[in-house]
Design a protein around this ligand. Structure first.
Ligand SMILES: [Zn+2]
Length: 207
């Protein structure tokens, strides 16, 4: 193991998430999360730094931490009381995936599934011209009219936990959940690591 890691949140030398950043992740309860979505944290301050830093370094280790926090929140919300049977994620657009080289939501979903000892399956594909999520700036991303559409895998069934990394309006998870139910899921729990504060007012820009 390489020991000279840096914190994904603040770049301090040491563990992949230092104590301060870990504390920030658990200590920011989300008050105005999008309806129907279990959210672990508000996408502000250090939480935002951690999730942005996540893109570039120590990905799997950070995913494991973040997954632990999300599982705690799901458990506290009673969302794990009945199932789920399988974990999946709302896939990012192909262009964004190409840009980053991985899908952050997938990494978190896989880490959540590992924690819950459940299978993690790719059940959703983005449909059509989903480039709306990339290259058009922040305003395009928070605009609910850019709601992505998904196509579900034919083997979709059972009680499904669908994960996203950061939600704004919740439109992506809403669309993902509806698609899964339409394809044969018994129930769907929607969860995200963080939500943009004020996301219920789409006109408001993210500071
Ligand atoms: Zn830190």
């Amino acid at each position: 193991m390489i020991l000279s890691t840096r914190c994904a949140g603040c770049s301090r030398r040491g563990p992949v998430l230092c104590r301060t950043c870990r504390f920030a992740l658990v200590a920011r309860p989300m008050i105005d999360a999008p309806a129907g979505v279990v959210v672990a944290s508000a996408f502000t301050g250090r939480v935002r730094d951690v999730l942005l830093g996540f893109k570039y370094q120590n990905r799997r280790a950070v995913a494991a931490h973040v997954a632990g926090i999300l599982v705690q929140r799901l458990s506290a919300a009673g969302a794990l009381d009945e199932g789920p049977d399988v974990v999946t994620w709302a896939p990012t657009s192909a262009s964004r995936r190409r840009q980053r080289g991985f899908d952050q939501a997938e990494l978190i979903a896989r880490a959540v599934a590992a924690r819950l000892d459940l299978p993690c399956r790719r059940l959703l594909e983005r449909e059509g011209a989903s480039g709306v999520q990339t290259g058009r700036g922040r305003r395009a991303r928070v605009d609910p009219s850019t709601r992505p559409r998904f196509r579900a895998h034919p083997r979709t069934r059972g009680r499904i936990l669908v994960i996203d990394d950061v939600v704004t309006t919740g439109a992506t998870l809403e669309s993902a959940g509806r698609t899964l139910l339409g394809a044969g899921a018994i129930s769907v729990v929607k969860a995200a690591v963080a939500a943009t504060p004020g996301s219920l007012q789409p006109a408001r820009r993210v500071a």
